[in-house]
Design a protein around this ligand. Structure first.
Ligand SMILES: C[S@@+](CC[C@H](N)C(=O)[O-])C[C@H]1O[C@@H](n2cnc3c(N)ncnc32)[C@H](O)[C@@H]1O
Length: 365
């Protein structure tokens, strides 16, 4: 009976995770589990055919992102990207993790002839078809790549990409640091901690029990990008904090969250492949990874400040009331305005970027 029940609940994705667990001796660090849950070919959350992005659960979507919410996001961002293209003498945009294609469409519409090529790099092959439909009007300019070429020139953009990169979990338990991983338990998966030499990048004050994440994959991604980007700039927008805030003693439960049907939960081991798994971004780590690999930080600020600097207010004044209401969520402190941040990098000599002209917080990194 139990076995039958177990067989019913098993999915092709959980079978792949089981096989990987077995090969690894029964325990997987969380980043390997998260990578399979999100990106196992054809089956992981970002590799399967589910809808994911949208306004309402009734459309079958799980969460909304800024470009899905309102085209004013892309229009305001385009002001910064136009400046970046001009300052760096480049004419290509590179978008990582392009989702439904909404941001690409907004940017291509806004930037017109200033963009000669729009290249999309995404781990998710299943989203490509959706992006091709969304971008049909610009088909001649758009190109898809499964991985980074050896050399790139242009302006890079990534909205909510860094938060989708697998993280390792570290716990301080009874005063000792352990790495939290995943084991099979009956019909499901369970947590198991192992001793580790790994530590958060800054000391976490106190001796109380504490759970947090480290982000080697996001750092490696930024370092690789920095290495390949021979001229241009890069802008990443995401939720997160500088490391002093990230590893604050009071943030003792970590930031890993799941999203499904526009509801959030904290259990990545359940309904694997059917929901998004994310962690907040350590922007100090991102800045350091970029700098160590040769990029210059152009600025770091809240999404609200960045969009205001880019002139979203006059754009909102021209918009309908309904559009204005949605755009207000991008800059409202209690919605996306403060939790979301923007970091900008230059490949080559730095310049004064308009998005960080007022309220630059680079000194907090
Ligand atoms: C939360 S979604 C954001 C989608 C879109 N940017 C938006 O704002 O609606 C994260 C996307 O990042 C992609 N992604 C994650 N890691 C990536 C990587 N290393 N390179 C390219 N894309 C990646 C995922 O496949 C997914 O499409």
């Amino acid at each position: 009976m139990n076995q039958e029940h177990g067989a019913e609940r098993a999915t092709p994705l959980t079978r792949i995770i089981d096989a990987t667990l077995q090969r690894a001796g029964g325990w997987l660090p969380f980043d390997r589990f998260m990578a399979l849950a999100l990106y196992a070919p054809g089956l992981g959350y970002y590799a399967n055919a589910s809808r994911k992005f949208g306004h309402m659960p009734s459309t079958g979507s799980d969460f909304v992102t800024a470009p899905e919410l309102t085209p004013l996001f892309g229009r305001a961002l385009a002001v910064q990207l136009a400046e970046a293209l001009a300052k760096t003498g480049t004419d290509e945009l590179w978008e990582f993790g392009a989702g439904s294609g909404a941001l690409a469409l907004q940017l291509l519409d806004a930037l017109g002839e200033r963009v000669a090529r729009y290249r999309i790099v995404d781990l998710s092959g299943s989203l490509r078809e959706r992006q091709q439909q969304a971008l049909a009007a610009h088909a001649g300019k758009v190109e898809w790549l499964a991985e980074l070429p050896a050399e790139m020139r242009g302006v890079v953009i990534g909205n909510e990409v860094l938060d989708a990169m697998p993280v390792q979990l570290l716990a301080r338990s009874g005063g000792a640091w352990v790495e939290r991983g995943v084991v099979r338990s009956g019909e499901g998966f369970a947590w198991e901690d192992r001793p580790t030499e790994l530590r958060p990048p800054v000391e976490v004050e106190g001796a109380h029990d504490y759970l947090t994440e480290i982000h080697p994959q996001a750092r490696a991604f930024v370092a690789t990008l920095a290495d390949r980007l021979k001229a241009g700039a890069a802008f990443f927008i995401d939720y997160g904090f500088p490391e002093a805030e990230y590893y604050h003693p009071q943030r003792h439960m970590g930031t890993v969250m799941c999203h499904r049907g526009h509801e959030a939960d904290g259990d990545p081991l359940a309904d694997v492949g059917a929901k998004d798994i994310t962690a907040h971004v350590d922007f100090t780590g991102v800045a350091l990874a970029g700098q160590e690999a040769g990029l210059e930080v152009l600025g770091y600020t809240s999404q609200a400040r960045f969009l205001l600097n880019a002139g979203i207010l006059p754009m909102m004044e021209q918009a309908t009331l309904a559009e204005r209401t949605l755009a207000a969520r991008l800059i409202h402190e209690h919605e996306m305005g403060e939790l979301f941040k923007v970091i900008g990098f230059a490949a080559g000599a730095p310049w004064e970027a308009l998005g960080f002209a007022e309220g630059d917080r680079s000194h907090t990194l």
